[in-house]
Design a protein around this ligand. Sequence first.
Ligand SMILES: NC(=O)c1ccc[n+]([C@@H]2O[C@H](COP(=O)([O-])OP(=O)(O)OC[C@H]3O[C@@H](n4cnc5c(N)ncnc54)[C@H](O)[C@@H]3O)[C@@H](O)[C@H]2O)c1
Length: 256
Amino acid sequence: MKIGIMGCGSIAKTLVDFKLNGKLNVNLAYFYDLSLDNAKSLAQKVDAQVSDSLENLIENCDLILESASQTAVRSSVPQILESGTNVIIMSVGALLDVEFKTYLENIAKKSGAKIYLPTGAITGIDTVKAARMGEIESVSLITRKPPLSLGLEMEDDEEIVLFDGKASEAVKEFPKNINVSSTLSLAAGMDADVKIIADPKITRNTHEIHLKGTFGEFITKTSNISSPDNPKTSLLAAYSAASLLNKLSETIQIGT
Ligand SMILES: NC(=O)c1ccc[n+]([C@@H]2O[C@H](COP(=O)([O-])OP(=O)(O)OC[C@H]3O[C@@H](n4cnc5c(N)ncnc54)[C@H](O)[C@@H]3O)[C@@H](O)[C@H]2O)c1
């Protein structure tokens, strides 16, 4: 299976590192980025090709992994799906726009393409999916980030609640920071309650999920180390994408 990467930043770089150390069992064949230099610098590490257009990427790949931006999802994913090419979307926030998500689903159903959304930088999506087989009563996410990863400089140690509302609004206000709230909401089938807190006392991005349903309840907390190349992105997001890529070709499938 030939994999094309759209968006050659921190997530793509981690995938390349996994490929180089033998942990990623797929063919990273083509790299595409608005910045040709970014695409070239990753492609050359794994002896892959550089695509100079989305069309070229689509033509040559069986599956495209989007690791670019919500804007890229809006402008490129419809075309990818129309061609029947499967896609993994990292910028999941774009899919909390119900109209756009339905639009993508309809294109994919028609062409037979699949849309994959990796778990990302949180814990518990397996359980959320299983819980949904019964009734989910409530689902919430509390995200704490060091100010730097939110692009803020704070003078004292007092935390600040930057956002308190629904995930569908959070992904619009913080498009590069809160994709996990989108994955959580889509898995739960309801718009999660989200709090985003800038906390000068922490060094890691942390995500706490509280979910109640007919099965009982669970709480998970993930304390993430940021990518060295992008403080907004947790390393676990790229690990999750790599794990999904491996899963697609594994004989034994573990987890829900
Ligand atoms: N699902 C999750 O849990 C999760 C976690 C972290 C980040 N993300 C999202 O994944 C995406 C990538 O994250 P990253 O840290 O690798 O970002 P990054 O900023 O390090 O890299 C993004 C790359 O995409 C390129 N790009 C931007 N728009 C493009 C377009 N239209 N076409 C092609 N290339 C384009 C940029 O030039 C850049 O090289 C972001 O949208 C981020 O919010 C998702």
